[in-house]
Design a binder for this molecule. Sequence first.
Ligand SMILES: Nc1ncnc2c1ncn2[C@@H]1O[C@H](COP(=O)(O)OP(=O)(O)O)[C@@H](O)[C@H]1O
Ligand SMILES: [Mg+2]
Length: 218
Amino acid sequence: MITFDDVELRHDGRIVLSGVSGTIASGSLTALTGPNGSGKTTLLRAIAGLHPLSGGRIVRHGLEPADIALLAQGSQLDRSFPIACRDVVALAAPRVGPFRQIGRDQLAAATAALSRTGLDGMDRRPVQALSAGQFQRLLFARTIVRDARLILLDEPFTAVDAASTQLLLSVVHEWHAQGRTVIAVLHDMDMVRRHFPHTLLLAGQTAQWDADTGIQAA
Ligand SMILES: Nc1ncnc2c1ncn2[C@@H]1O[C@H](COP(=O)(O)OP(=O)(O)O)[C@@H](O)[C@H]1O
Ligand SMILES: [Mg+2]
C-alpha cells in the first residue's frame, strides 16, 4: 500500500500539486489521468522517489527502491550503441552475487520476456533495428524482468499500434493477476473504463480518487 499524506510537489518553486491525500491499495490497478501539465509525470516520479516532496509525505509500506519499476514517458535508451535486445533486457534483471554479473538466469529471463512481449527470436537483434512499437515492447520486457512489486507506467501506449497495445495491455493484466501494484498514466478514457478498476484524476493542482468515470471497482 502507498499512502499520500497532504503531498505537495513543485517544479522550480511553482506548485504543481498540493493537498494530495489518499491511498493506493496493494495489488490494485490504477489509471492516472488528467490534462497535459497536470502533474502526472511529476507524481509518478515522486512515488518512485525520484522527485522530492515540498510538503507532506508518501509512505511506501514495505517497499524498497528495488521493488519499484518506472517505465518513463518517452523512454530513450541510447539506441546508437550496438547492443542486442536480449542484453538490454537482461541488464534490467535483478543480479545477485559478489560481482553482480549477468548470468544464465538473467539471459533466460530476458529471452522469456522478449517472447512474452511478442519479440520472439529478437534476442540478438540490435536495438537500433527496432520500430517504435517494437521498442516499446522491449521496454515492457525490461519491466517484466525487473520483477517489481510496484510498477509505474508513464504513457506506455503512446506511439504504439493497436496490436502492440493489446499485447502490452495483456501484460499489464498479468501483472495485476500476479498481485503486483500497477499505476499507469493514460489518456484513452475508453481504455481506462474497460481495463482499470481505479482512477486517480489530477485537475487543478489536486487529485480525485475514483472520480466519476463510470468505472466499476473490481
Ligand atoms: N523539469 C521541469 N522543470 C520545470 N517545470 C517542469 C518540469 N517538468 C514539468 N514541469 C512543469 O510541471 C507541471 C507538471 O508537469 P508534468 O508532471 O510533466 O505533467 P503531465 O505529466 O501531467 O503532463 C507542468 O506545468 C510542467 O510545465
Ligand atoms: Mg507526463
